[in-house]
Design a protein around this ligand. Structure first.
Ligand code: NCD
Length: 298
């Protein structure tokens, strides 16, 4: 049984095959490849894009989707997530998609199921479908010529599952990451790390801007102090026209964007920013992933 817990669960060849399918699904035609299949989603953390993207992908393939409302589920009565998942598994779903704040939880659930588990984000650990859609967006933009392209990953690297999954995936396709963040969000890394975005801007082909994950910082902080921190962060790391001028760059962000802190209003509208293209690609890539994991288990 193949699951998707981290991007390393797929080989490069498998990923290139997913891209071929994603291209076919790109016109987002509804089809019946997964007709009669049942997909359960369990989102224990907030989500706009990932949850709707998975649901739309499943429905475009003709599958039925059950979204368990975790706020009103029995985990609120003390049931463990493992027991919830084992019970759902008894109802014979064809895939279970889960997002949870505990790092490693999706991996620990595989022994309770007879269907693929898809990790839709576990704490700061991994977000494989986001990294795959990011790579797909980059791959299509550069016509497959990703080797040697320099990408700055800008933001709260230490708390971002998007950063960690991209750092696992992008170098496998020859991309060269540079980690850009204030010292307090840095991690020990084999990749070049800097606090100064302005200094490296001329070297870059791609900027991946990330949100500061305030919900994962445990220090209680006054709203005014938080606002001050955000403005200080924006001064050094917000992607603005003053910073990038007329450079040829691909600008990405997984969303949700904190406008004028992560990326300016102006740059979000700029044609170099492919943030909404990422969202569109997310549906196609998730269609390809669901098709692969579910149909190969027949
Ligand atoms: C991200 C997430 O939830 O990890 N968003 C997403 O899935 N598109 C990034 C974030 O929350 O900042």
């Amino acid at each position: 049984m193949q699951h998707l817990i981290t991007p390393n669960d797929f080989s490069n060849d498998e990923i290139l095959e997913l891209f071929e399918d994603a291209r076919l699904f790109h016109d987002l035609q509804t089809n019946s490849l997964l007709a009669g299949k049942l997909i359960v989603t369990l989102f224990f953390e907030n989500s706009t894009r990932t949850r709707s993207s998975f649901e739309i992908a499943a429905k475009r393939l003709g599958a039925d989707v059950v979204n368990l409302e975790v706020q009103t589920s029995s985990t609120k009565k003390g049931e463990t997530v493992e027991d919830t998942v084992a019970n759902l598994n008894s109802m014979k779903p064809d895939a279970i998609i889960i997002r949870h704040s505990d790092c490693g939880l999706p991996a620990s659930l595989v022994e309770y199921v007879d269907c693929p588990i898809l990790n839709a984000g576990d704490g700061k650990n991994a977000h494989p479908t986001q990294a795959l859609l990011d790579l797909f967006t980059i791959y299509e933009h550069f016509d497959g010529k990703t080797k040697g392209k320099k990408i700055a990953i800008v933001g709260d690297i230490s708390n971002s599952r998007v950063a960690s999954s991209n750092l696992e995936l992008l170098p496998r396709f020859g991309l060269k990451p540079i980690l850009v963040s204030p010292k307090k969000y840095q991690v020990d890394s084999v990749y070049k790390t800097t606090t100064k975005l302005k200094k490296i801007i001329n070297k870059l082909d791609i900027i991946m801007s990330l949100r500061v994950q305030h919900e994962r910082h445990d220090t209680a902080i006054l709203p005014e102090e938080l606002e001050k921190q955000k403005q200080n962060y924006a001064k050094k790391y917000c992607i603005t026209s003053e910073l990038i001028q007329d450079k040829e760059l691909l600008i990405l962000h997984p969303g949700p964007v904190n406008r004028n802190i992560d990326i300016s209003d102006e740059i979000l509208k700029d044609k170099r920013s492919k943030v909404l293209q990422q969202v569109a690609n997310g549906v196609s890539i998730r269609m390809a992933i669901l098709k692969k994991l579910i149909l190969q288990n027949k």
